[in-house]
Design a protein around this ligand. Structure first.
Ligand code: NAG
Ligand code: NAG
Ligand code: NAG
Length: 206
């Protein structure tokens, strides 16, 4: 196993040995539209921490970004403070102007308690505190592992669902940018939840 993936596995494993009453925080949202094969959520303003990368592989970039975020929440920040893990891990993907490279942002939502005064990441980690405005996101769920060879197909399926949705009012923001949200530790082989996120305009979302 590569070093980065063992770190990922180790970290994700540590989630499951937490006491069961330890609720893992997730960003709050309201469901704006519930369709059969997708939903539209309104997420609130929130602060995330993100690892920007450029690469060719979603899986490799996610592992590498995750490794940097792992260090940040385990004290590699200017407050030297431990930060509770949140879920999901979100990898945003955009085509970059340079050939086959893509830009990836691997992100966590910061726990509510520290949203007001988030600790600065150690500079060498090259992480960004990322203030996200309230936004609407179209979401398609899928199971199994999120991989380089299945995420594009899932994204296309979401785009097709949005295009064929009859009630209208959905405006796709940018066809080529999307995100993959992963909720489970890598050692869970079944019952896994992932989502494709696509920013959309929708009545009621600003
Ligand atoms: C971390 O999570 C635990 C358990 O949910 C909670 O008691 C604690 O207040 C949290 N700490 C911070 C800094 O959010
Ligand atoms: C980090 O340190 C700054 C400056 O001392 C402080 O204002 C802030 O509340 C701290 N944040 C956390 C999460 O401890
Ligand atoms: C995966 O994560 C989702 C969302 O948190 C949860 O509902 C599901 O039970 C998890 N699956 C496993 C196998 O833990």
């Amino acid at each position: 196993m590569k070093r980065s993936s063992s770190v990922l596995a180790l970290f994700l494993c540590s989630l499951t040995i937490l006491p069961s009453d330890h609720a893992i925080e997730s960003p709050q949202y309201a469901v704006a539209l519930l369709a059969t094969d997708f939903e539209i959520r309104l997420y609130r303003n929130s602060i995330w921490v993100s690892a920007p990368l450029r690469g060719t592989s979603f899986e490799k970039s996610t592992e590498e970004g995750f490794h940097r975020l792992y260090q940040f929440i385990h004290g590699a920040n200017l407050n030297a403070t431990e930060i509770n893990k949140t879920s999901p891990v979100v990898t945003s993907i955009a085509q970059s102007s340079q050939g086959s490279f893509k830009s990836y942002w691997v992100s966590f939502y910061l726990p509510a308690k520290i949203q007001g005064a988030p600790p600065q990441p150690n500079p060498e980690l090259n992480l960004k505190l990322d203030e996200r405005k309230a936004q609407c996101v179209a979401v398609r769920k899928f199971s199994g592992f999120a991989r380089d060879d299945n995420i594009d197909k899932e994204k296309e399926a979401l785009v097709a669902s949005l295009d064929s949705h009859s009630s209208g009012g959905i405006v796709k923001d940018d066809k080529n940018a999307f995100a993959v949200a992963q909720y489970n530790s890598s050692h869970h082989l079944s019952g896994r939840l992932n989502e494709i996120w696509l920013k959309v305009g929708f009545p009621g979302c600003r």
